[in-house]
Write a protein that binds this ligand. Structure first.
Ligand SMILES: [Zn+2]
Length: 130
């Protein structure tokens, strides 16, 4: 796997979020370096997106693709509701760190949810073999 960010698709080296609304519903064009959000009017450069790097060894794993698909489609859909909930119950505070803190918590929660999916799927499969 190459480590040159310019030579890899954003989908394969990092998880990307809209810098305006925080959703993962991003379209991008690798060649032009441009990006836009499907959830708000934001348009800009790929480098303006909020991103969470994906570990190189993990990027070679097939489950990474399913995880990225989960983050883009599912997490993008619930991110605004979770951000409201985090703020309402005092897990994050209004101010300049609101979006970054919220996205950090949402990413950790998303990873935990995805791990739970894999673990429960394995448990279901082993129960059904008996
Ligand atoms: Zn947006």
């Amino acid at each position: 796997m190459t480590t040159d960010p310019a030579a890899t698709s954003p989908a394969l080296d990092a998880l990307r979020f809209c810098p305006d609304c925080g959703k993962a519903t991003i379209n991008w064009n690798d060649i032009a370096g441009s990006a836009s959000c499907n959830s708000c009017p934001w348009q800009g450069s790929i480098k303006d997106l909020l991103s969470q790097p994906v570990a190189a060894e993990e990027a070679n794993n097939l489950s990474t693709l399913a995880r990225q698909d989960f983050v883009r489609d599912v997490v993008g859909a619930f991110t605004p509701a979770v951000m409201r909930w985090l703020l309402k119950w005092g897990f994050v505070f209004a101010g300049k760190h609101l979006r970054a803190d919220s996205l950090r918590i949402i990413k950790a929660g998303s990873n935990a949810f995805y791990e739970a999916v894999l673990k429960e799927r394995q448990a279901i499969a082993s129960e059904q073999q008996q």
